[in-house]
Design a protein around this ligand. Structure first.
Ligand code: ADP
Ligand code: MG
Length: 310
């Protein structure tokens, strides 16, 4: 896997007493399309606004393309953003709009025009560049917004719900474009969405957020798998005096690891947990409870969007 282009460490944001983003940590690699998935209010937009230096974090830090969050101006030079509700000047043409943004990034008039024409072609608007944005469909505006996010040849692009409000054809066009950006340019894309199929179609990795927290993260293959996860973990609750003995018994089972905190032993196994309980009982431990995380990751997401907790 190529280099890390985005790293967040315990990133948090409070608005007054409301926690919008709660200690979120993750790593994204070059050329990866990562989906930020979660129901409304999960904290996706707030996360993107912090990573794109629009909002200052309340806690934690991050780095984009190796630039730490303490140097926001340098980060802004290396990123592109399609905000959640981007507005467009209706009186401008697509070409004028992109040229204007090219000039803002310091391109000469000629360079700005060349860049604008090239980007219009890449987003499928070559023959509409001379039309006023007022005449564009919503899908065309979103594609223009994506072109604008690419004007400075960024290392990382943030797209906040880029397909929201588009018809199926418009959605497909935007998603195809997202894939092209990542594959042809090697750009890292962070895409937020509240629908799982979108993640399945274009993302390589996913971070599922709920109520400001990352509840699940992993490769899309793991999240969308229809097989139960082969790797299992669970939590054994035992009397405080028996924690050490429990952990020892767990660690004697091949392929199983154990982590201890107070009266809970967290166990992880590559192939099921069936042998763990018998080993612990065999060691004479009084097991108070044994919770197994057997649910598929997609189940966790579905449970959340139904309003429950996984
Ligand atoms: N500027 C703000 N002031 C106060 N609360 C906010 C602000 N922005 C977001 N929030 C709150 O933070 C939480 C996360 O919001 P947001 O990041 O927009 O979620 P998402 O994009 O996943 O729908 C929500 O409860 C929202 O009401
Ligand atoms: Mg949002």
């Amino acid at each position: 896997m190529s280099g890390v282009t985005l790293e967040a460490r315990e990133l948090s944001k409070w608005f007054g007493s409301r926690t919008a983003v709660d200690s979120v940590s993750f790593t994204v690699h070059e050329g990866e399309v990562i989906g930020l998935l979660g129901p409304n209010g999960a904290g996706k937009t707030t996360t993107i606004r912090m990573l794109s230096t629009v909002l200052a974090p309340t806690g934690g830090d991050f780095a984009v393309a190796g630039v730490p969050s303490s140097r926001p101006a340098e980060i802004r030079a290396r990123i592109g953003v399609l905000p959640e509700s981007a507005g467009y000047p209706a009186y401008q043409t697509g070409l004028e709009y992109l040229m204007y943004h090219g000039r803002l990034f310091g391109l000469s008039g000629d360079e700005a025009r060349q860049t604008a024409v090239r980007l219009l072609g890449q987003v499928g608007l070559a023959d509409r560049g001379q039309s006023r944005i007022a005449t564009y469909s919503r899908g065309m505006r979103q594609r223009l917004g994506i072109a604008r996010a690419l004007v400075n040849n960024p290392s990382v692009v943030f797209l906040d719900e880029p397909t929201l409000g588009l018809d199926p054809a418009g959605q497909r066009e935007v998603l195809t474009l997202v894939r092209t950006i990542a594959e042809a340019r090697g750009t890292t894309v962070v895409l937020s969405t509240h629908t799982l199929p979108e993640v399945e179609q274009v993302c390589s990795a996913v971070l599922i957020m709920n109520q400001g927290k990352v509840v699940v993260s992993g490769s899309v293959a793991e999240v969308t798998s229809t097989e139960p996860a082969s790797r299992q973990s669970g939590r054994l609750r035992v009397p405080p005096g028996e924690v050490t003995r429990t952990a020892e018994a767990v660690r004697r089972v091949p392929g199983v690891s154990a982590e201890v905190s107070k009266d809970v032993v967290t166990v992880t196994s590559a192939d099921g947990l069936n042998d763990v309980l018998s080993a612990v009982l065999g060691a004479g431990v009084t097991v108070l409870s044994f919770e197994v995380d057997g649910a598929r990751l997609s189940d966790a997401f579905l449970a959340m969007t139904r309003g429950g907790t996984p």
